[in-house]
Design a protein around this ligand. Structure first.
Ligand code: NAG
Ligand code: NAG
Length: 410
C-alpha cells in the first residue's frame, strides 16, 4: 500500500516534470499547437511544384533597406546577367519592404510607390523576365509591413495574391509585423490558399522569424520558412543564425527549406574567411542563397565567394538533405550531410580565435569505417592526392573553414 502510493506519487511527479520540460522544447510546443490549431493544414496547401532545390537569387533588404527604386532593381537584374551570377543559378530578383504607397487605391489594391517605382511592378517584372530572371515581391501577414510605409496583406490576401499574379510576380516573401496577435499558423495558410487560387506558381517564403517553429508546419504552407530573426553583418549574428537553423535540419526537404536569412557576403562587416564560412554553411544547410549586397559593383573577392560553382552544387544537390553539426568540441565543429551518388559534404569550422586542427571521423559523418574516399577541397578546387580512410584532418585559421566533398572509391 505504502509502496504503491509512493510509486504513484513518483509517477505523478514524473509526469509533471515531463510536462514542464516539454513546455520548453520546440517540438512539444509546436506539436501541441498543431493538434489544436491546424487541423486543416494537414494536407499541403501549396502544391506549386517550386523549390525542388533551395531558391537562389538576390534580395534588396540587407544592403539597401528602404532605399530602393526601379532603377536599382533593373540594374541589379542587368548585373546578375553580366557578371555570370544568373547562369550559376541566381535567378530571383527580390524586392523587399518599401515598394508600395502607404494607401491602397479606391478598389483596395496595392499601388507601387510613384516616386520610386513610377513604371509600376508589372513593367519591372516584364523587364526582369526579359533578362531570363524572375521577380520577387514582399508583403506582410499584418496590417502594415515592418517599415510601416506600406500596407500588409492581412484581410486582403486574395486581392493581393491576384494583384501579384497579374503583375507576373514569381516569389513572395511574407513578413510578420503589425499582425492582429493571432498565430502564424492561422494567418500564413490564408495566403498559401490565395496564392494557389491564382493559378500562377509563386514561391512562398514564410518570414515569421521562427517564432512558432515553422519548420514543424511550414512544408504544408510555404516553400521556405525563416527559422530565425534577422541576420546582421557580423560573425556572431551569422553563426547564431546557422546554429538556430541547424536544429531543424530534419524538416528540410525538396519543396520546403529552412531559411536562416539572406546572405551578407559583400556588405563589409566580416572578413573574407568569415564570409567563406557563411557561404559554406548556408550551402551545406540547403539554405536559400539570396545575395544581399550591391550586385552592381561587388568586389572580385565577393564575386569569387558567391560564384563558387562547387559549393553551389552542394546547395543544389538533388538529394536535398540538410547537413547537421555532427561533432563539436569547444570552438571546433564538423558539419556534414549526404549528397547524391553516395557522396558526403563536410564543413570543418574553427570558431575560435586560434589556429587549430579538426579531425572528421567517418563514424560521425555517416561513412562506413572501412570506406576509402577521395576528398575534393571546394575552396581550393583541388582533389587531394592522399586518399582517406576512417578520418580526415585539416588545420585552419581562426574564423575559417574547410569544405570537402568525399567520394567513396570502390
Ligand atoms: C555601386 O554602383 C552604383 C550604381 O552603379 C553606384 O551608385 C554606387 O555608388 C556604387 N557603390 C560603390 C560602393 O561603388
Ligand atoms: C585516422 O585514420 C588513420 C587510418 O586511415 C589512423 O591510422 C589514424 O590513427 C586515425 N587518426 C585519428 C585521429 O583517429
Amino acid at each position: 500500500m505504502e509502496r504503491s502510493r509512493a510509486s504513484s506519487s513518483f509517477l505523478l511527479l514524473f509526469s509533471v516534470l515531463l510536462l514542464f520540460l516539454c513546455s520548453f522544447t520546440p517540438v512539444c510546443i509546436a506539436s501541441r499547437l498543431l493538434q489544436v490549431e491546424s487541423e486543416d493544414v494537414r494536407s499541403s496547401l501549396l502544391a506549386n511544384g517550386l523549390g525542388i532545390t533551395p531558391p537562389m537569387g538576390w534580395n534588396s533588404w540587407n544592403h539597401f533597406n528602404c532605399k530602393i527604386d526601379e532603377k536599382t532593381i533593373k540594374e541589379t537584374a542587368d548585373a546578375l546577367v553580366s557578371t555570370g551570377l544568373a547562369k550559376l543559378g541566381y535567378q530571383y530578383v527580390n524586392i523587399d519592404d518599401c515598394w508600395a504607397e502607404l494607401s491602397r487605391d479606391r478598389k483596395g489594391n496595392l499601388v507601387a510607390k510613384k516616386s520610386t517605382f513610377p513604371s509600376g511592378i508589372k513593367s519591372l517584372a516584364d523587364y526582369v523576365h526579359s533578362k531570363g530572371l524572375k521577380l520577387g515581391i514582399y508583403s506582410d501577414a499584418g496590417y502594415f509591413t515592418c517599415s510601416k510605409t506600406m500596407p500588409g496583406s492581412l484581410g486582403h490576401e486574395e486581392q493581393d495574391a491576384k494583384t501579384f499574379a497579374s503583375w507576373g510576380v514569381d516569389y513572395l516573401k511574407y513578413d510578420n509585423c503589425y499582425n492582429d496577435g493571432s498565430k502564424p499558423t492561422v494567418r500564413y495558410p490564408v495566403m498559401s490558399r490565395a496564392l494557389m487560387k491564382t493559378g500562377h506558381p509563386i514561391f512562398f517564403s514564410l518570414c515569421e522569424w521562427g517564432e512558432l517553429h515553422p519548420a514543424l508546419w511550414g512544408a504544408k504552407v510555404g516553400n521556405s520558412w525563416r527559422t530565425t530573426g534577422d541576420i546582421m553583418d557580423n560573425w556572431e549574428s551569422m553563426m547564431s543564425r546557422a546554429d538556430m537553423n541547424e536544429v531543424y535540419a530534419d524538416f528540410a526537404r525538396p519543396g520546403g527549406w529552412n531559411d536562416p536569412d539572406m546572405l551578407e557576403i559583400g556588405n563589409g562587416g566580416m572578413t573574407k574567411h568569415e564570409y567563406i564560412v557563411h557561404f559554406s554553411i548556408w550551402a551545406i544547410s540547403k539554405a536559400p542563397l539570396l545575395i544581399g549586397c550591391d550586385a552592381r559593383n561587388a568586389t572580385k573577392e565577393t564575386m569569387k565567394i558567391l560564384s563558387n560553382k562547387e559549393v553551389i552544387a552542394v546547395n543544389q544537390d538533388p538529394l536535398g538533405v540538410q547537413a547537421k553539426k555532427v561533432w563539436l568540441k569547444g570552438d571546433l565543429e564538423v558539419w556534414a550531410g549526404p549528397l547524391s551518388g553516395h557522396r558526403t559534404a563536410v564543413v570543418l569550422v574553427n570558431r575560435g580565435l586560434r589556429h587549430n586542427r579538426i579531425t572528421a571521423h567517418w563514424k560521425d559523418i555517416g561513412i562506413s569505417p572501412n570506406k576509402v574516399v577521395e576528398a575534393r577541397d571546394l575552396w581550393k578546387h583541388k582533389t587531394l592526392k592522399t586518399r582517406f580512410m576512417d578520418n580526415l584532418t585539416a588545420t585552419m585559421a581562426s574564423h575559417s573553414c574547410k569544405m570537402y566533398v568525399l567520394t567513396p572509391i570502390s
